[in-house]
Design a protein. Sequence first.
Length: 239
Amino acid sequence: MTDCATCPHHEDRLEKGRCKPGDACVQAMSGRQIERFFRENPDLAQGYTGDDFWERRAIAARYISQQRLLELIDDPDEVVRRVLAYRLPVDELYRLIGDVDREVRITVADRLPAEQLEALVNDHDYLVRKYVARRMPAGRLFRMICDTDREVRMSVARRLPPESLGLMLNDVEPEIRRIVAERIQPEALSGLLDDSDWGVRLQVAERATRGMLETLVYDTDPDVKEVARQRLREMDTND
């Protein structure tokens, strides 16, 4: 328990019931107590942005005005900078694009205006790039087609304009080629007719044109062959 007699807020807060030893106390080394204190006394938060205790600074950062947040932009603790990444106005987020902490950069990637996301396309952390791939304008995603991470490329394949999916026909991951087979224009599916993965060929059979189906009825996989035959029968019935 902290000594209230030495606290600078003894007279103006304690006596007015706006803090409580062991429950809502800014001098405590407890994040919960500090949080309760600032929740009741947000006007005092600015006075603690330079405190020696990182958690006190981080919690204070949640309550100070947005105009004062930039004073903490170079704080040595990543938890403080994570608060900034959530609270900074979007037009100031560029200041954190190169932050050393991945969580800071992930939050930036989640909040940054879509037209500015290209600045994070080559981030060394795959999760940051994954957020970028989810939000970047679809027309610019071609820059990430050859990303080294499978999950990033999967996000790209789900959002890339269909007319550009041909650039991913030869991706090394079958899961990605399946996504391509689901979304690419039917007339472009011929590039996947001989795919090594039966699941890709099965997806092709679900969407292929008649000419392609006439090839797939001879596929080595029985499921692919059956889907191709069934679709041809349906086409013949509808003709």
